[in-house]
Design a protein around this ligand. Sequence first.
Ligand code: PLP
Length: 367
Amino acid sequence: MLYVTQPSLPPFDEFTEYLKDIWESKWLTNNGKYHQQLERELATFLNVPYISLFSNGTLALITALQTLRITGEVITTPYSFVATSHALNWNGIKPVFCDIESHTFGLNPQKIEALITPQTTAILPVHVYGFPCQHDALEEIADRYGLKLIYDAAHAFGVNEGNQSILNYGDLSILSFHATKAFNTFEGGAIVCHDLKTKQRIDYLKNFGFADEVTVVGPGINAKMNEFQAALGVLQLKYFQQYIKNRKTVFEVYVDEIESISGVELQKPDDHIAWNYSYAPILIDKTRYGKTRDELYNHLKDKGYYARRYFYPLISEFSTYAGLESSKHLPVAKSISEQVLCLPLYDGLLKEQVQEICQLIKDFSTC
Ligand SMILES: *Cc1c(COP(=O)(O)O)cnc(C)c1O
């Protein structure tokens, strides 16, 4: 079986040097040497002012909402991984689902205003597949209504628009370094913020609220990244550009092969985006292709290729959220979630394997 992704890992021998060092130092967690080094190096590499590391992306999301004291209702997207809404739920905040637009798969700015109520405090969009949201329009609405803007940028590690990191948009951005993401630290995550005072609050909150040995400034949590994760991050960063180059090579094979298949459209961001090639999403038009997305998904699975339906079902369709009024009418998200399939894409996937996947897709069409 060949899966939709495979984690990028550096040579094992290089990691053992770091393990030995951590073992000898006996400093395993709590802002250790590698934690500090990774924060410094990521801030430089990503071109962001401040970054705080987390044990995973979900805890970073939950803590980001606490950082800005978000309450009441938050407008968010149904077209994401379920953690986006769960982070609201864990804070006692009501998610209000807004439909997406079909170009970036992000929140549709034109549909947000109708959902704003006196309880609305923030907007939580997602840069789906690392495609930047319509951030200018989102920011304009947030500013006009005095709402906070927090981006779930779990897919957007290393994505730039012009010479600007898309992690600098909004009040805060959240990253995930889970094994399946473009940059991984086994598990891990981060919050990007714009000023030192906010970073300080984030760092207190992720460590039980401790400001010093005897002072707890708030109801914090334990969401710290440990030294093993941080050391892997330091090592991964040395290889990241190569990983992305390799992913790009694989993606370009898809571009060449899929172009000729009627009813199948490979999705990518606009040309001015320096992308991280994190996903290879296709949309299946069942009339033009002759088969449904699910028929193709099952066919590929039978042949040993495990593509994934990201994102299907919609978050708003899970039982936790299906009863909400805002879950009822999300036609664009619904339609895309029924057409989308993310094809295998990772550093190390061979050209011949991509060609075989594409040949299977071609041969399965009945049109
Ligand atoms: C992966 C992911 C998360 C959760 O990150 P974890 O590090 O797995 O907790 C949140 N949002 C989105 C959009 C994701 O893809």
